[in-house]
Unconditional design. Structure first.
Length: 247
């Protein structure tokens, strides 16, 4: 019997290429973890750890932040229109704690210094978060192109949730207004924290964000407007290559 197994990760070469310049001597990383995604669990995470260890042999990685995006998911838990903020937050934190417990042994195989940081760390940095959120909100209010990309991203999220509910055989439609607001709140918070707070976490400059997905349109627009122009960090979209193996 055959099974699919994550074997190799591609996409990290962009970091190695940067080191061909005499100006880049070391690198710091943030790994964005979407709690609940199979691309951040088990064999997938183990493959990423191996890839970072291989990279570390030719590139000096000073530190690695494992960013567990757990309480961000509270917006998703509220989409049913019945779960209140307190319950949704509790559910998301529980999911984050379970992810850490399930994957801590895998992370211990990293050959670089790493820190596990949960989403609340940025959310509770009230002054900086308020400033970041305000900047993104103002950009949205004033920039038509951003409004368009935000609407497109909300539509993608909404379609995904509607499809998931249909697959689960739930006939009752999701309240359209609640769904739209939840998606919008999620995206605004994500843009504020990832694009404004992650690159400058503590005193460390995290030069590369590693994530196994492309950015949403909204996130990519903010990246181009407020991040890449300042050359704060690079978004590294890594990919999995799979091979067939005998069980």
């Amino acid at each position: 019997m055959h099974s699919m197994k994550h074997h190799k990760i591609s996409g990290l070469n962009t970091i190695k290429k940067d080191f061909k310049t005499p100006f880049v001597q070391e690198a710091s990383l943030i790994i964005g973890v979407s709690v609940g995604s199979k691309k951040h669990d088990g064999e997938a995470l183990a493959a990423l750890v191996e890839a970072i260890n291989r990279l570390h042999k030719s590139v000096r990685i000073t530190n690695c932040t494992i960013a567990v995006c757990d309480s961000l998911q509270r917006h998703n838990y509220r989409i049913d229109g019945k779960t209140d903020e307190e319950k949704a937050l509790s559910m998301s934190k529980k999911a984050g704690a379970e992810w850490i417990e399930a994957n801590i042994e895998t992370l211990k195989h990293l050959n670089v210094d790493y820190t596990i940081v949960r989403w609340d760390t940025w959310l509770k940095d009230e002054k900086r978060y308020r400033e970041a959120f305000l900047e993104i909100s103002n950009l949205l209010a004033q920039d038509y192109a951003f409004q368009k990309t935000m609407d497109n991203s909300i539509q993608v999220f909404s379609s995904r949730f509607n499809k998931r509910y249909q697959e689960l055989g739930i006939s009752a439609p999701i309240n359209h207004d609640v769904l739209q607001k939840s998606c919008r709140d999620y995206l605004l918070e994500e843009c504020a924290i990832i694009m404004k707070m992650w690159p400058l976490y503590k005193q460390e400059h995290s030069q590369y964000i590693l994530y196994p997905e492309k950015m949403t349109e909204a996130l990519e627009y903010v990246y181009k407007q407020v991040v890449s122009q300042k050359n704060l960090f690079k978004w590294v979209n890594f990919r999995f290559k799979k091979i067939m193996q005998l069980k």
